[in-house]
Design a binder for this molecule. Structure first.
Ligand SMILES: NC(=O)C1=CN([C@@H]2O[C@H](COP(=O)(O)OP(=O)(O)OC[C@H]3O[C@@H](n4cnc5c(N)ncnc54)[C@H](O)[C@@H]3O)[C@@H](O)[C@H]2O)[C@@H](O)CC1
Ligand SMILES: [K+]
Length: 480
């Protein structure tokens, strides 16, 4: 099962792996033609292809080339100039150039579909928003009134592939040829669904890639706070760690970041940067006495990042445990705080970011080969009921049902502090993304930032170098 949003990400990842969308379109069109052949009842059957102006139409232009021998006519709803993507336009031009029977429909009132045996509905696919507009709406009604067998490309036009719902009229299809994987909304329809393998490499789904960054959008109308308020809880024996996590959360786009830390740590952090808002607590380390206050504060934030530099004193770990037991918001848990997670019953949504050693301390197991590690991490995440981001040369991210592997990053990143950067970035992302996406994008961007630094200067990077490259890693040139 794959949602339209994830499909778009996977498609961009495939392109980055060297399998561009035009190639996928060729496979899609071929798959549609195969189903049409099966249902048409022999060569000579009359086939009408009704294509819209997006890539859904593009798939159908390809299908027309695979239907030689049938009496096929292709209709484009609109002028050739209105075809909205280059690849759909190239496939349209190829039909015209090769003298296929193609008609443009500029006045749908005069559009007669005749009496075909099969209609291919390629008006709209996953690009639909809202109710069908004209001319698509009245053409859908006309298609539904025919006796023909209707084969829809990817999803019946007008239907939302994620929900199966339509806001107005939609095409009623006998068959749907959908691509790569089943779509959540199709099972509720009265159509026979054919899932076609279009040659998307499994790696486009398994590995994070530039497509994963597509869910990072910024609405021009956004206000302060829309992109997250993050509370970093850390510091005690270490002072750099919470500052790195806080700085990274800001670099990853959080609107406000506060650092809750012991007073002496706060004094030191204040000197690092004027961007931090500090909420000091008494004493030299986090302890059970601080939990009440901190819970109040945490509830005013979207995400808490727990752990950087907290240390592992018994009273600190007791305080973390008590906090998590009473907290029901979102949190990233890192470093020493990780070890209490398996023992605590919590309503909170956690993203845990252990390295392999910390994972073992939590009761998880690890393996050398990433494929094996992927299954182990997935199983352990399922048992924990939280999302895991297990750091390594290949990071493994899993919520127990979906698992992704991240390959960005390099051996220069074994230096101290890079984990704090990752925790901060993931914390900022968790305020706008679901936990699996936040962890996957966090791992991808953190590694990419490290790759940018090493490409420029070679090894010898320090954590603050990484932090400065986080914006570029998240929003820099995208390969989609
Ligand atoms: N994502 C992928 O990996 C692949 C996608 N492919 C095809 O690409 C399709 C998606 O293509 P697009 O993103 O170009 O989108 P569509 O072709 O589904 O539709 C886009 C067009 O529809 C218009 N539109 C949106 N809502 C409308 C409405 N309510 N009434 C009338 N017009 C409306 C838009 O203005 C735009 O011109 C998929 O359904 C599939 O058929 C395939 O080529 C293969 C791979
Ligand atoms: K369609």
């Amino acid at each position: 099962m794959i949602t339209a949003r994830r499909m778009a990400a996977v498609d961009a990842n495939a392109a980055a792996l060297g399998v561009p969308r035009k190639q996928l379109m060729e496979s899609s069109g071929n798959a549609v033609a195969r189903v049409v052949r099966d249902v048409a009842g022999g060569e000579g059957a009359e086939i009408a292809i009704v294509a819209g102006r997006g890539n859904n139409g593009g798939d159908a232009f390809v299908a027309a080339r695979f239907l030689d021998g049938f009496d096929t006519r292709t209709y484009l709803l609109g002028r050739p100039e209105s075809v909205s993507t280059d690849i759909a336009r190239e496939n349209y031009d190829a039909l015209v150039e090769a003298e296929y029977d193609v008609e443009t429909v500029t006045d749908s009132r005069e559009f007669g579909l005749g009496d075909p045996d099969v209609v291919v509905d390629a008006m709209l696919g996953t690009g639909v928003t809202g109710a069908l507009r004209e001319p698509e709406a009245s053409v859908a009604e006309r298609i539904n009134a025919l006796d023909a067998t209707v084969v829809a490309v990817d999803v019946p036009s007008g239907v939302d592939a994620d929900t199966g719902e339509s806001e107005g009229v939609a095409v009623e299809a006998d068959h749907v040829v959908t691509f790569h994987d089943e779509k959540p909304g199709l099972s509720s329809l009265d159509s026979k669904v054919h899932v076609a393998d279009i040659g998307i490499p499994a790696a486009a789904e398994t590995f994070t890639g530039p497509g994963d960054l597509r869910s990072l959008t910024r609405d021009p109308q956004s206000h302060k706070g829309d992109h997250g308020e993050v509370l970093v809880v850390g510091g005690g024996p270490y002072t750099g760690a919470p500052a790195l996590a806080a700085g990274s959360a800001l670099r990853a786009g959080a609107d406000l970041v506060r650092v809750a830390c012991p007073e002496p740590v706060a004094r030191e952090i204040q000197g690092y940067s004027e961007n931090f808002i500090l909420v000091p607590f008494e004493g030299s380390r986090f302890a059970p006495d601080h939990v009440d206050d901190l819970l109040g504060r945490a509830n005013d934030h979207d995400v808490v990042v727990f752990g950087p530099g907290l240390g592992s004193a018994d009273e600190t770990l007791d305080a973390v445990e008590e906090f998590l037991a009473r907290y029901d918001g979102r949190a990233v848990v890192d470093a020493d705080a990780l070890q209490v997670v398996p023992d605590v019953e919590t309503e909170a949504t956690l993203v845990c970011t252990p390295h392999q050693g910390e994972l073992e301390k939590m009761g998880g197991t690890t393996a050398e080969a990433w494929r094996e590690r992927r299954s182990l991490v997935s199983e352990f995440a399922g048992d924990l009921g939280h999302t895991l981001l297990v750091k390594g040369a290949y990071d493994v991210v899993s919520d127990g049902s979906e698992t992704r592997v991240n390959r960005t990053g390099n051996p220069g990143m074994t230096v101290g502090g890079t984990g704090d950067v990752l925790a901060g970035v993931t914390g900022a992302l968790l305020s706008t993304q679901d936990p699996l996406d936040a962890a996957a994008i966090g791992a991808y961007a953190n590694g990419r930032a490290g790759d940018i630094v090493v490409d420029e200067r070679g090894f010898g990077l320090v954590a603050t170098d990484l932090l400065e490259r986080v914006p570029e890693a998240l929003w820099g040139e995208r390969d989609d």
